[in-house]
Design a binder for this molecule. Structure first.
Ligand code: S3P
Length: 171
């Protein structure tokens, strides 16, 4: 059975929803940022600072290329991952992709309180962060929207996803 892969902007709730979904479905949960932090031994922000974004994107590419498309698990991928190196296509070939969609206001509210661990937005002021979300979301949505299904990031997200899974994706 193929993995279920959650894509979406930073702050859309991929990790929280992914963990809950995996626990309901009784399968493992993987977060690509976590995989990278474990293999590199340092936080994502330090990888960006010391080795640069391109190096990080190559690590993301390696993970996706080596992803086992027969292993049933829920995978949350970093917000930028589907938008580089043609990886959205690869994700669609390897798994059941879900776009966790959140509007700009919700993303701002969440990200405003969690900027430290996110190198792309660290240290931004309110207006700068709002403009960044607006611009990046417009740039990235065409990739996210290629996911097989789109789910709004609201309280009923997990049950909404489960309702839309084809029977063979439910264990
Ligand atoms: C990034 C999103 C982050 C992390 C890195 C870059 C991005 O993941 O991969 O900071 O480019 O949007 P989350 O979406 O899990 O925050």
């Amino acid at each position: 059975m193929r993995p279920i892969i959650l894509v979406g902007f930073m702050g859309s709730g991929k990790t929280t929803v992914g963990k809950e979904l995996a626990s309901v479905l009784g399968c493992p949960f993987t977060d690509t940022d976590q995989v990278i932090e474990n293999s590199e031994g340092v936080p994502v922000s330090q990888i960006f600072a010391e080795k640069g974004e391109n190096y990080f994107r190559e690590l993301e590419k390696d993970i996706v290329e080596n992803l086992d498309d027969t292993h049933f698990e829920v995978i949350a991928v970093g917000g930028g991952l589907p938008c580089y190196n043609g990886l959205m296509d690869v994700l669609n070939k390897k798994g059941f992709t879900v776009y966790l969609k959140a509007d700009e206001e919700l993303l701002f509210e969440r990200l405003w309180h969690e900027m430290e661990e996110r190198p792309l937005i660290e240290g931004m002021g309110e207006h700068e962060l709002k403009a960044f979300i607006s611009r990046k979301l417009m740039e990235r949505e065409p990739y996210y929207q290629q996911a097989l299904i789109t789910i709004l990031s609201t309280e009923s997200t997990v049950s909404d996803i489960i309702r839309q899974l084809p029977p063979h994706q439910k264990n």
